[in-house]
Ligand binder design. Structure first.
Ligand code: ADE
Length: 234
C-alpha cells in the first residue's frame, strides 16, 4: 500500500500541508508529532523533524518502523550553490551527499561514509519525475531543476564555504537534513525524494535573504508536494 511520509525540518515547511490533511491520529515520538491521516485522497504521515541531520535520521527511521511508510518526501528550503538557481526556484534531488563527513585520513573521499563504497544517495526516479511534473503544473512560473543536495549541520553563509561545496561536491543546493533522510531511506530500502525551494544564495547575503524569503519558498515546496500526492494516490 502507498503511504507517504512527509518530513519538513521546520513548522513553516509542513504547516500548509498539515492544515489541509484529514488527521486521524497525532502520535508523539522522539519529541516529534507525527500527523497520520490523508491528504488529496492518499494516506500520509506528516512531521516536523527539527533542524539538522540527527533529527532527520531519527525521523525517517520512525516513519519507516512505526508508520510503515512506503516512501519519503522531504520538503523545505535551501541555499543555492548553482548560479542557475535563484531565490524562489525549486531543486528536486537527483542525489544527496553529507558534506560534513570527512574521513579522508583513511583514504575515503570527502563526503563518503566509511565502508559504503559511494557517497551519493540516489533519489527515486519515479518520485523525481512526479515532483517535476507537479511543479510544472502548480508553479508554472517557477524554474525547477534536478540536482544535487549537499547536507551538513551548518548554515552556509559565506562565499568561501559555498565555493568549497561547489568545488568538492558539485552541489546545487545546501541544507541541513536531506542527506540524512536519503541515507536512512537507503538503509531501509525505501524510495525518497528531496524537494527544496531556494530561500538564499548560501553566501554573505544569506543571513539577510533567508528570513525574508523562507516563508514563500517553503510554501512553493509544500504546494508541489500536495499536487504530487494526487498522482501518487492515482
Ligand atoms: N537552508 C536554507 N538556506 C540554507 C543555507 N544557506 N545553509 C544551510 N541550510 C539552509
Amino acid at each position: 500500500m502507498i503511504k507517504t511520509g512527509i518530513i519538513g525540518a521546520m513548522e513553516l515547511e509542513v504547516e500548509e500541508l498539515k492544515k489541509e490533511m484529514a488527521v486521524t491520529a497525532i502520535i508523539r515520538k522522539a519529541g516529534m508529532d507525527f500527523h497520520e491521516g490523508s491528504l488529496n485522497g492518499t494516506p500520509v504521515v506528516i512531521v516536523r523533524c527539527g533542524i539538522g541531520k540527527v533529527n532527520a535520521a531519527l525521523c525517517v527511521q520512525i516513519l519507516i518502523d512505526e508508520f510503515k511508510v512506503s516512501h519519503v518526501i522531504n520538503t523545505g528550503v535551501a541555499g543555492s550553490l548553482n548560479a542557475g538557481l535563484d531565490i524562489g526556484d525549486i531543486l528536486i534531488s537527483r542525489d544527496a551527499i553529507h558534506h560534513d563527513m570527512d574521513v579522508r585520513v583513511f583514504g575515503y573521499r570527502l563526503g563518503e561514509v566509511p565502508q559504503m563504497g559511494f557517497r551519493e544517495f540516489k533519489a527515486d526516479e519515479k518520485l523525481m519525475d512526479l515532483a517535476k511534473k507537479a511543479c510544472e503544473k502548480v508553479n508554472p512560473d517557477i524554474h525547477v531543476m534536478y540536482g544535487r543536495v549537499v547536507s551538513g549541520d551548518q548554515f552556509i553563509s559565506s562565499k568561501e564555504v559555498k565555493e568549497h561545496l561547489i568545488a568538492e561536491f558539485q552541489g546545487d543546493c545546501a541544507e541541513m537534513e536531506g542527506a540524512s533522510i536519503a541515507h536512512g531511506a537507503y538503509l531501509n530500502n525505501t524510495p525518497f525524494v528531496i524537494i527544496r525551494a531556494i530561500s538564499d544564495k548560501a553566501d554573505d547575503s544569506a543571513e539577510m535573504d533567508y528570513p525574508t524569503f523562507e516563508s514563500a519558498a517553503a510554501r512553493h515546496s509544500a504546494a508541489l508536494v500536495k499536487e504530487m500526492l494526487k498522482e501518487l494516490g492515482a
